[in-house]
Design a protein around this ligand. Structure first.
Ligand code: HEM
Length: 422
């Protein structure tokens, strides 16, 4: 979506439109450009106004400024997550709770198991596509279903329908990342209420899962999966990681995995499909059993059509950003800062020839999974799951998109129909 709009909007003078707009019209304009014209808008910001002090938020467009904020989680906090995520670890900035719980959970996500994860994803994806017999709505039957299968089989959130898990992940992600006060959603209360209602059921399910798994462990017939490992482990008292905390973190595995993967897989495919020459060579690369070269196509496609264009942080105190540079700007306590991850990934200081689609570009400094102390806990899983899911689609003979991605006016892909020769 972003890149196609980028072409049609390449000549728009966003900053002039912004200056000429009434104060009330400015923020809605900025929001729509971030959503529909991110690449040309961000380029103009980098070139002419790298720190834009807009009515609701301050936007940072250079790599250096984005990093300056991301590196200081106690000054630029995740305050806005609190009303959305209760007391999940993600709502705290480098506190003992955040650091301890993240370290515990990471210790169960073992890097040596990634080849197994990739194999599972490949086989499940293949079977899903085989069963679809030449036509699929990716958003409904693939991009959410495959990560959910991993959540059930590897993370261990079993004994429930995948569609229910998908619904729970969806409303949590929607409310936390697309329903902040600055998004000005007309139905913001309804979205928040949907999240709360779904979370009540997620809570009941997790309680039941804890009991089931605990009995299995106690009587010696537990299957190995992440939830079982979390429950079976012994923790020092100081860790304060009792059953309730274990349950919250097991729920977090679901919420983190599904909707994010879905967006990433569809964004990457959409981008590749919009570049016929690149698509051709990506399909060739997909045929190689050594997936390293292919994976780079996917990350480069996502740079142009990223999953999360920015992250939002709240200034905990008055701060002077980019001190001593021409961009120096005072940021007042309480300001919402949008660190424009996608813009940073087009900053020529860090990404040479940023406008060129370069399938040999290194994953390097990318922000696909965030940065710093809040960097994604599932990054290594995402790094194998997303490209493998894209790869399996591209291996289908004569693969083509029947229609553009359908967002149904919302923030995430809701429909994407593809066909191939079965
Ligand atoms: C595969 C399973 C996944 C799990 C279990 C997971 C879990 C998490 C958790 C717990 C955090 C918060 C870390 C913290 O606050 O310290 C996080 C952050 C993040 N995740 Fe994931 N995630 C997964 C997949 C993904 C995918 C596929 C993407 C996108 C392609 C993604 C993008 C992000 C981003 C951008 C952040 C940073 C948010 C911020 O800085 O505010 N995650 N993830």
């Amino acid at each position: 979506m972003a890149s196609k709009d980028a072409v049609s909007n390449a000549n728009t003078d966003f900053l002039k439109l912004y200056e000429d707009a009434s104060p009330a019209a400015r923020w809605p304009l900025v929001l729509s450009w971030v959503k529909f014209s991110s690449l040309p808008f961000f380029k103009q910001l980098r070139d002419k106004s790298p720190v834009l002090v807009a009515p609701e938020c301050t936007l940072l467009a250079t790599y250096e400024d984005v990093i300056e904020v991301m590196k200081q989680p106690r000054l630029f906090t995740v305050e806005l997550y609190k009303p959305k995520m209760g007391d999940y670890l993600m709502t705290e900035d480098e506190t003992p709770m955040h650091n301890t719980e993240k370290a515990i959970m990471l210790s169960f996500l073992k890097p040596e198991e990634l080849p197994r994860v990739r194999k599972f994803v490949a086989e499940y994806a293949q079977k899903t596509l085989d069963d679809a017999r030449g036509h699929i709505d990716l958003a409904v039957d693939y991009s959410r279903m495959v990560p959910t299968a991993l959540v059930q089989n590897y993370f261990g959130l079993d004994g429930i329908s995948p569609r229910t898990l998908i619904k729970w992940s969806y409303w949590n992600q929607y409310d936390a990342f697309h329903n902040q006060p600055f998004h000005h959603l007309p139905n913001m209360d309804e979205v928040h209420a949907n999240m709360q209602r779904n979370n009540r059921y997620l809570g009941y399910y997790i309680a039941w899962l804890l009991v089931r798994k605990w009995f299995r462990i106690k009587f010696g017939f537990a299957q190995d999966n992440i939830a079982t490992r979390v429950i079976a482990a012994k923790y020092p008292k100081d860790a304060k990681f009792g059953l309730a905390r274990q349950g919250i973190n097991i729920g977090g595995l679901l919420i983190g995995a599904v909707e994010t993967t879905s967006q990433a897989v569809i964004h990457a495919l959409d981008e590749l499909m919009s570049r016929p020459d690149v698509l051709k060579s990506a399909i060739e690369a997909a045929k190689s059993p050594d997936t390293a070269a292919f994976d780079r196509y996917v990350w480069e496609a996502l740079r142009f059509n990223i999953t999360f264009r920015y992250c939002f942080r709240t200034a905990a105190q008055d701060y002077v950003l980019a001190k001593g540079t021409p961009r120096e700007t005072a940021i007042a306590k309480g300001t919402t800062v949008l660190a424009l991850w996608q813009s940073a990934m087009f900053d020529a200081q860090r990404f040479p020839d940023p406008e060129v689609f370069n399938p040999t570009r290194d994953f390097g400094d990318s922000f696909h999974f965030g940065y710093g102390s809040h960097e994604c806990m599932g990054k290594h899983i995402g790094k194998v799951m997303i490209p493998e899911m894209v790869r399996q689609v591209l291996l289908r003979k004569g693969i083509r998109a029947d229609a553009p991605v359908d967002y149904r006016g919302g923030p995430v892909p809701e429909g994407y129909h593809l066909s191939w020769q079965a």
